[in-house]
Design a protein. Structure first.
Length: 132
């Protein structure tokens, strides 16, 4: 995945085509909150795996150091609520295993949570707005 990510600039398409199970060796759940595991980072992209137990949630947040985030649900189901800069709800999405999504993270805020009865795992690629 990392080699393909370094060669590709279409991260959404890369995630749509990603059907490997090499991520499973990194899965580690925590009883104290979702577990974010850094898999790769350079000056332009940040790749992480997030492991979610039932009921675990992020705070409402944005990602000011990155322009966009593409993600894929590898296992389970997650809900994302998206807010504008005034923290007014503008969208709500349910993502299931195999779904791919993206968010322009600098101009929006969001909260992500696992409301399902099973654990969930998601793969995220944060990237800067760079013209290649």
């Amino acid at each position: 995945m990392i080699e393909k990510m370094q060669k590709s600039k279409d991260y959404n398409k890369l995630l749509k085509n990603y059907n490997e199970d090499d991520w499973k060796k990194f899965v580690e759940f925590s009883d104290y909150g979702y577990n974010s595991i850094k898999l790769y980072e350079d000056e332009n992209v940040f790749l992480k795996l997030i492991c979610w137990k039932k009921g675990q949630t992020t705070d409402t947040h944005n990602h000011p150091n990155y322009h966009s985030c593409d993600f894929k649900i590898l296992k389970g189901e997650l809900i994302e609520n998206v807010f504008n800069k005034n923290l007014l709800l503008i969208d709500s999405n349910v993502y299931r295993s195999g779904d791919v999504g993206d968010i322009e993270v600098r101009n929006r805020y969001h909260i992500v949570y696992n409301e399902s009865l099973e654990n969930a795992v998601s793969l995220h690629i944060y990237h800067k707005n760079i013209v290649f």
